[in-house]
Design a protein around this ligand. Structure first.
Ligand code: SAM
Length: 292
């Protein structure tokens, strides 16, 4: 099961109170949302959005017959369309919005969609399986230049050109292991012996490109601030520097415009204890703000 990251810190910053409504833009397995619902009894609601219909089905089955059932509204959608989703469900007033970005443990370990370079699976990497773009399409059809570009920009991969060249040369590449082998052929031996697996950055880049993660994040953040009540809070957990930079710049701009007050001068990081218990939390950075 996915262990919610920085849960106590998220709750402290969002500060849910009885009967308030919250939006969880990335509900996943619902860890943060259930903690919010604990504090918003008896009538507070959570509008929980996820791009992945499988996550929503699993959560729906889990809460069936519990006291949460009537207070948790589950919506399949993309947080890039947050305003439209909120309007459609006539969900207001909104006291807080949470983004816990990226993928859940289920995606890595059980989805079978090729998110992990440690498993041999088809190259898919979509959260939303109705999205027409897959990692396989990128790897087998995009130009050398475009692949190099995403590896460099979304992966911050120093061997972007060498890896892109080897990918093009090795086509067709259908599975994660075939891709890992191409990456290993393209990179020097010392690069294989570091703490970070040599495929980490390529896989991150492909995932970001397949799911349009940075564009969606910018759109979602802007709409989150719009839908919030005055005094409402936004909390965002990012898992890599590109994401965190996007969040940091967005909050700084909104602060300069006099729209928000930032609650986290520096991003909040998980404690050593949390990292030991949940290694996936290692790279998390939490930022939060209150709408004025
Ligand atoms: C880190 S998990 C969330 C885990 C959740 N907070 C929990 O405690 O169980 C991120 C979730 O966001 C979803 N997701 C990613 N991008 C999305 C987007 N643009 N719109 C909606 N959901 C998205 C993924 O499918 C995934 O289930």
């Amino acid at each position: 099961m996915h262990i919610p990251v920085l849960k106590d810190e998220v709750i402290r910053l969002l500060d849910p109170k009885p009967n308030e409504n919250f939006i969880d833009c990335t509900i996943g397995e619902g860890g943060h949302s259930l903690a919010i619902l604990e504090r918003t009894r008896p009538n507070g609601k959570v509008l929980g959005i996820d791009a992945d219909p499988n996550c929503l089905e699993a959560l729906k089955a889990r809460i069936k017959g519990t006291e949460y059932e009537g207070r948790l509204i589950l919506v399949h959608g993309n947080f890039a369309n947050l305003r439209e989703i909120v309007e459609k469900h006539n969900f207001k007033p909104i006291s807080g919005v949470l983004f816990d970005l990226g993928l859940s443990s289920w995606h890595l370990e059980a989805s079978g969609r090729g998110f992990s370079f440690l498993r041999n699976e088809p190259l898919d990497m979509r959260y939303d399986t109705s999205n027409p773009l897959t990692a396989e399409i990128i790897v087998n059809n995009w130009s050398l230049k475009d692949i190099e570009h995403i590896l460099r920009v979304y992966g911050e991969e120093r061997f972007a050109r060498r890896i892109a060249k080897e990918i093009v040369k090795s086509r067709p590449i259908k599975t994660t292991i075939e891709l890992v082998m191409a990456i290993e052929r393209a990179t020097p031996k010392w690069y294989h012996r570091r703490r970070i697996h040599p495929a980490t950055k390529t896989f991150q880049a492909l995932r970001i490109a397949v799911n349009h993660e940075l564009e969606n994040l910018e759109r979602g953040l802007a709409q989150a601030i719009e839908v919030l009540e005055s005094g409402g809070r936004i909390a965002v957990i990012a898992f890599h520097s590109l994401e965190d930079r996007t969040v940091k710049h967005f909050l700084r701009d909104k602060f300069k415009q006099g729209v928000i007050k930032i609650l986290t001068k520096k991003p909040i990081r998980p404690s050593e204890k949390e990292i030991a218990e949940n290694p996936r939390s290692r790279s998390a950075r939490l930022r939060a703000a209150v709408k004025l």
